[in-house]
Ligand binder design. Structure first.
Ligand SMILES: C[S@@+](CC[C@H](N)C(=O)[O-])C[C@H]1O[C@@H](n2cnc3c(N)ncnc32)[C@H](O)[C@@H]1O
Length: 260
């Protein structure tokens, strides 16, 4: 397991054509108070940033590598935008091929605060309490590299290949990060789309959820985050949650570029 404390745009820590699977949730540009990232930029700048980091991911993936991109369907605050459609289009411009989209039904309606014009057709707001996991790949959908060993159970395969996933979001407070996703999300992506022993990358590691899921599924994991505190948190979670599940000890290497 490797945690890289660095900027996804400029890091030299990942070699080209090395990664089997990327599972990530980038910043959504919805004014979340991250320690080291401005989450309130113009939509144009956000799309330019998205293009830059996705170009890097494209280089890092193997020819048969996959990319699971967890993003919002749309944006309602500060002007409506079709984020899911726009980022999918950008990924395709970069060269990614489209496979499918999973709808993640978080079942969270408590976030609902804006109705627009209440019970009037003047200007009502329609909001879907879901997120997307867009499934893309670099060149070939058929996976020929790796151990060829799958560890997904029959009931998991049947349930998860149905592209509407229903499970709860993760608590910020419990994890200590402003936007963690639940382990269930990377776990499903990892077991569906990678072989045992494959290398999984999360370029926006945050609290380390993807690496926890990778460790628990006997995959190699690499995570990048621009924030030292979040890297420390990820390291802590890896140690704790690998111990909790009685898995082999996870070795965490920190990038030599910057000292944690
Ligand atoms: C949506 S959060 C990821 C949460 C993660 N999935 C989890 O479960 O904890 C996005 C993360 O991206 C990091 N980030 C923002 N800009 C970055 C950059 N340029 N390079 C690397 N990490 C960055 C933020 O510090 C934040 O932790």
């Amino acid at each position: 397991m490797k945690i890289v404390f660095d900027d996804v745009i400029s890091t030299n820590e990942i070699g080209n054509n090395n990664i089997d699977l990327i599972v990530t949730s980038p910043p959504y540009n919805i004014d979340i108070k991250y320690n080291n990232h401005n989450d309130k930029i113009s939509y144009e700048d956000y799309l330019a940033f998205s293009k830059n980091w996705m170009m890097r991911c494209f280089e890092w993936l193997k020819d048969d590598g996959r990319f699971c991109l967890n993003i919002p369907l749309d944006k309602n605050k500060g002007g409506q935008q079709s984020v899911g459609a726009d980022l999918t289009r950008i990924a395709k411009e970069i060269g990614f091929k489209y496979h499918s989209t999973v709808i993640w039904n978080e079942g969270n309606i408590s976030r609902r605060t804006a109705w627009g014009s209440w019970m009037s057709a003047a200007a009502p707001y329609v909001i879907a309490p879901v997120e997307l996991i867009v499934i893309l790949y670099k060149n070939s959908w058929k996976k020929t590299s790796g151990s060829k060993i799958s560890d997904i159970k029959k009931n998991e395969f049947l349930e998860w290949t149905n592209g509407v996933w229903t499970f709860q979001g993760e608590s910020k407070k419990r994890i200590g990060h402003p936007t963690p996703f639940p382990v269930e999300l990377p776990k499903r992506c990892i077991k569906l789309f990678s072989f045992v022993g494959d290398t999984v990358l999360d370029p926006f590691l945050g609290s380390g959820t993807t690496l926890v899921a990778a460790a628990q599924s006997n995959r190699q994991g690499i995570g990048i985050d621009i924030d030292k505190e979040y890297c420390e948190l990820a390291k802590q979670r890896l140690t704790n949650e690998a111990n909790i599940f009685n898995k082999k000890l996870v070795e965490v290497q920190i990038s030599k570029n910057k000292v944690l």
